[in-house]
Design a protein around this ligand. Sequence first.
Ligand SMILES: Cc1cc2nc3c(=O)[nH]c(=O)nc-3n(C[C@H](O)[C@H](O)[C@H](O)COP(=O)(O)OP(=O)(O)OC[C@H]3O[C@@H](n4cnc5c(N)ncnc54)[C@H](O)[C@@H]3O)c2cc1C
Length: 442
Amino acid sequence: MEKVIVVGSGLAGSEAAIYLANKGYEVDLIEMRPKYQTGAHKTSYPAELVCSNSLGSSDILQASGMLKKEAMMLGSFLFFAAYNNSVPSGNSLSIDRNTFCVEVDNKIKSLKNINAVNDKYDKINPDIPTIIATGPLTDRNLCEDIKIKFNEEEFHFYDAIAPIVEKDSIDFSKAFYASRWDKGSADYINCPMNKEEYEKFYDFLINAQCAPLKEFEASYFEGCMPVEVMAKRGVDTLRFGPMKPVGLFDKRFPTEFKKNQFYAVVQLRQDDKIASLYNLVGFQTNLKWGEQKKMLSLIPGLENAQITRYGVMHANTFINSPKILNKHLQTKKYENIFFAGQLTGVEGYCESISTGLFAAINMDRFLKNKPLIELNSKTVLGALIDYITYEHHKKFQPVNASWGIVDEIETDKKIKDKKLKNEMRSKRAIECIEKVLNIINE
Ligand SMILES: Cc1cc2nc3c(=O)[nH]c(=O)nc-3n(C[C@H](O)[C@H](O)[C@H](O)COP(=O)(O)OP(=O)(O)OC[C@H]3O[C@@H](n4cnc5c(N)ncnc54)[C@H](O)[C@@H]3O)c2cc1C
């Protein structure tokens, strides 16, 4: 059987290696730990969870739960192991991270056609079928090689990201659409504040609790400016920065009102193709998640906003997937080379596992000269891949599973009942995956 290289035995790489080994390939699984450390991982085990032990919801009415279901239908080993090692946590899947890693490790060791190599992988060889799954803490040398091979001017790094909210949860009796000085179309959602509201918001922000930063992240911290850090520079810093109110008018009010400037404005920018998600412009933050909720509750219009992605701050490397990858997670430039996991711009444990599986499914089909699988955006996994390979993002940023990126239900009438809508979406996604499984099993 042909030889395949999988680089990185994190979540995506372990999943990919196990899938391909089960298909009979000779798999070289190259992992640099424990010889070289990432700064976040603590063990020498594969599939280590670097932070929380939660893999999110198990409920298929939630996008994260549906993603697990889709991956399990497609043959995921890691989700199977996760459920084997789950700990009680209501409707979500939380796991004992140690026994989970051991189970994945045992599985890898039991597959005699996986050759575990403990070394750094520095240079991609386009002649050998390879899945790169080296994660957000990909070693520098490999980053340099990716830069050269894919003509990337700047390899993507980000230090802090801003929260993303669901448009449906914004209160438009307070928020309004406009662009600054009415230039171009009214693309932004604006949440205006008066002086009193701003001062309350400011007081909260300068006293809010931040998530702890690891030492290796400290250098990144200095290089960027989370909103809470900016606030500490002075009471008006935000009003001259991301909360600048000038040139923003709510056309629903009489003209005279325009003369009265708002005191501060929080702007939200569209985040997905279908305009269901909006990110808070300039609101990158390292506040604890509970504090982020409180922060939003002090912004008029966002009091009850549903956060689909919280702001986070850590070193993160992700490739320019819209330019580099096709919808099979194969690089456009080298047909032997696939990418998977967080390095592709998906964000989160489940997203990384699922893309690892998907890259492996397509690597198998590629090596067997079968047509590669493409998932549509009716499935959560398909929507994630669609998002990261969509070529027209103004600024490509990582994404995690949410119904906001999944295609709307085709219907003449708007479905207001959220539960019903999610039931229809889940049912539709399962049907899509069943069809794909028929193709895979042909
Ligand atoms: C500090 C931090 C906290 C996070 N917290 C959460 C969280 O709470 N919840 C969540 O859902 N997600 C979290 N994430 C995101 C998380 O990293 C991903 O969800 C997931 O681990 C990524 O899976 P992966 O397989 O892509 O990468 P990883 O699991 O990181 O695996 C990549 C592997 O590649 C190896 N590697 C790197 N470069 C090389 C090389 N050149 N040669 C050989 N091996 C190499 C690494 O050692 C690592 O084992 C966090 C990320 C970070 C950095």
